[in-house]
Structures are given as C-alpha cells and as structure tokens.
Design a protein around this ligand. Structure first.
Ligand code: NI
Ligand code: MN
Length: 225
C-alpha cells in the first residue's frame, strides 16, 4: 500500500490491489500542492467535512473519474444532489468496501459547504487496508476519546492537523499522539495559509521527545506503508 501527500489535508492511498482512495482532495486551491486535479485518479473519494479546503477539487475529479464518495450522511446527500455517487455513513459506523474497511470517528469542528449548506457533523476517518490502519483526524480540536480510538484500533499511521487556529496546534497535536499511540505520526493542515503557519519539524522533535515516531511528508511525496 502507498500513501501520497499532496499538501494541507489531501492524501492518496493506493492499495496493493490498485484501488485509489483520495482523502480531502484540495489541490488547485493549495499553494503547496504540486498536483493539479487533472493529474489524479480516484476510485473512492473520502471527505471528512464540507469546508472548501477539504471538498476542494472533489467534484471536478469526480466528473472525470466517476468515483464513489464516502462521507457522513448529510454530506453524502449533498454529493448526490450534485449528481455524484455516494455511500452514506455516520460517525461510529464502519463498512467493508472493496479496498478494506472504513470507519468514521468524531471530530470537533464545523461542516458547511462552500455554497452554505449544512453538511452534518465533521468527522475523522480510519481506513484499514492491506493489514494497516490509517487514522486521518480531519479538522479537529484535541479530544480525550483519541485514547479510545487508539485502544480499539492499533493505528499504524496517524495523519493529524498541527496548524492551529482552526484545529489542533502543535502542543495539542503532540498530546493527540500520546493519547492515540500510533506507530507513526504524520502532520498535516499547516502552512497552506498564513493563519495556519506551523513548523512540522518542531512538531516532529516534540513527538520524538515523547518517544513516538514522526514522518514529515514533503508535498507530492509518496511512501510505501
Ligand atoms: Ni475545516
Ligand atoms: Mn480545514
């Protein structure tokens, strides 16, 4: 399985069977993304919530690739209202897809579409495929139930926001890693806009000082999991 980071909260998972899963594909609007919407393919698009920096280029990619959207019920209905295929889920629920299992978790944040439609609760997501568990926190503040998430599922890769202002900043994100106990922490949602400037290497140092592993992914980098 491969994990690619575009920038912000946008990732691509490619399973060993070749299924491509995009998470929060905000590409054209990110000054840091080396990839443009027309560069990517998708079998599945997972949206953690409806904010423009997460919904991103999902629809223009979907126009070309005809993926299945996977999101919480209200956001799935929004995608369907725009003519796309979507699988409705909700927080706490998991489902076995072709690529593996996907489960939504809580996230403390908001969720409104760019055209001002309420899109249900924001979420984090755990994707389990090829024997690995990847937890993408979505946009969220720190919450103590991350401890429960880590106890229920051994997280291999935790993709978590560190940019502050809208989400956890570095101090809270370090605590999030301690609570969740992943094998590797990967920072996201930083340095896209001036208001979320944060130093990922400061986060890495602080995480490693607590005895955890951290991988700062470069924009456009793809790693084997
Ligand atoms: Ni957001
Ligand atoms: Mn965001």
């Amino acid at each position: 399985m491969k994990l690619k980071y575009f920038s912000h909260s946008a990732f691509q998972i490619t399973t060993n069977s070749g299924k491509i899963i995009l998470i929060d594909p905000f590409l054209s609007g990110s000054p840091n993304s080396p990839a443009k919407p027309e560069d990517v393919d998708a079998d599945f698009i997972v949206l953690t919530h409806a904010h423009g920096d997460h919904l991103g280029d999902a629809f223009s990619i979907a126009d070309r690739c005809n993926p299945l959207f996977i999101c919480v019920d209200e956001l799935a209905k929004y995608c369907k209202s725009k003519g796309y295929n979507a699988h409705n889920m909700h927080i706490g629920g998991g489902y076995n897809f072709e690529f593996g299992r996907l489960k939504f978790t809580i996230a403390h944040h908001g969720s409104m579409t760019p055209d001002n439609i309420y899109a249900g609760e924001p979420a984090g997501v755990i994707i389990s495929a090829d024997g690995k568990n990847i937890y993408h926190t979505g946009d969220t503040g720190l919450f103590y139930d991350m401890k429960l998430i880590g106890e229920m599922t051994k997280i291999d890769y935790m993709l978590l926001c560190i940019g502050d202002n809208f989400t956890m900043g570095i101090t809270d994100a370090v605590k999030a890693v301690e609570l969740t106990n992943p094998k590797v922490a990967i920072p996201m949602h930083y340095n896209t806009f001036p208001v979320i400037e944060a130093d990922p290497n400061e986060f890495k140092q602080k995480v490693e000082a607590k005895g955890f592993n951290c991988r700062v992914m470069n924009y456009g980098e793809e790693i084997d999991l």
